[in-house]
Design a protein around this ligand. Structure first.
Ligand code: BLA
Length: 316
């Protein structure tokens, strides 16, 4: 595949390559996440019928308050995927991808999660097959989905090393194969990220295709609640909120989060954020605005090479 790079031409007054007219063209190579989206949608289409989601009509594209940054939303569903959606943000100095696939509750499949934030030279990356059920207490779940995928995770986590301390509460939403990394932009890093995305998505699509539908109603309810808890967490505490609010204002950002990115928060269950995460209740009964109550933890990768969690000490 072609490298995920595009060229942006800025009109500027910089002394760099200044022409006699007083204008210059400053060429900056910036990542574009469009080919990640194209790959994922084509890969999905190769395996299943991709239908437009009813959300597509309401959420397609927006221009941010700066008049320049563009947000693009795409959403689909399939016979096994409740919601496949992407949001990309392209600004002069910022590119973001939030790509997720939420299975229907008849499946206990992991949730596909590709979250990439690029600004200036920094990149903040989470790529994972987020576990629907706890991989530490549910050995069967870890064995079912992750034991065979740990080698794939290891390959990429060597190339894209652990990004350092993060919101402690987040770790439970990550699997032993999570890629959590930060890096300075370079062609090679972006190429590695692209191949990681491709491999992780292919693996997820394969799991999706092979998944056996749960028929036991109590199991379906369990899947449903787990997905609802996940959505409720991210709709409330995802680290991208601050930026989204700055880009499009608080009201639109909240709507986008609840009704597009984490659609299902209001429909899949009736429990509230504080029902799931009571430690966030502040004295007046509202949700504590802090992203983390415990604080940041996990200076290094808290899983060993077999995918066993080794980060029990929340103070490290
Ligand atoms: C930072 N994004 C982060 C961090 C994580 C994630 C772990 C480090 C900060 C922290 O420890 O919380 C991502 N965390 C996740 C994901 C899950 C999670 C994916 O729990 C899933 C369960 N990032 C985006 C999008 C934007 C974005 C869409 O994915 C912007 C619209 C921005 N992420 C963003 C920014 C930071 C960040 C600006 C750094 C600022 C900060 O740490 O507050």
């Amino acid at each position: 595949p072609p490298p995920p790079l595009m060229t942006i031409n800025y009109n500027c007054n910089s002394h760099w390559r200044k022409k006699k007219t007083g204008h210059c063209l400053l060429q900056v190579s910036a990542i574009s996440y469009q080919n990640f989206i194209h790959f994922a949608l084509n890969e999905t289409k190769r395996h299943t019928l991709l239908l437009p989601s009813p959300l597509q009509e309401r959420y397609s594209s927006m221009i941010a308050l700066d008049g320049k940054t563009r947000l693009e939303m795409l959403s689909f569903d399939t016979s096994r995927i409740r919601l496949l959606r992407s949001m990309s943000i392209e600004g002069e100095a910022m590119q973001v991808l939030d790509f997720a696939a939420f299975p229907k509750p008849e499946f206990d499949l992991p949730i596909f999660c590709g979250n990439f934030f690029t600004a200036a030279n920094t990149n903040i990356v989470v790529l994972d097959l987020n576990p629907l059920h706890d991989v530490t207490s549910r050995r069967d779940y870890k064995e079912k989905y992750y034991d065979s995928l740990v080698p794939l995770g290891l390959k990429y986590t060597e190339l894209l090393p652990w990004g350092g301390k993060l919101t402690s509460e987040s770790i439970k939403f990550f699997s032993p194969m999570v890629i959590w990394t930060k890096f300075t932009s370079s062609k090679s890093k972006h190429e590695i990220l692209y191949s990681a995305f491709v491999e992780y998505y292919k693996v997820w699509i394969e799991l999706m295709e092979q998944a056996v539908e749960d028929t036991d109603p109590s199991q379906i309810v369990c899947n449903l609640e787990a997905q609802h808890r996940y959505l409720t967490w991210r709709a409330e505490k995802d680290p991208g909120h601050g930026l989204l609010k700055r880009l499009i204002g608080e009201k639109l950002a909240k709507d986008l989060l609840r009704n597009f990115l984490f659609s299902g928060t209001d429909e899949l269950g009736s429990k509230t954020f504080l029902d799931y995460f009571p430690q966030y209740r502040s004295e007046d009964g509202t949700i504590n605005e802090k992203r983390s109550i415990v604080g940041k933890s996990f200076e290094s990768r808290p899983w060993d090479t077999k995918g066993e969690f080794v980060g029990n000490d929340f103070r490290n």
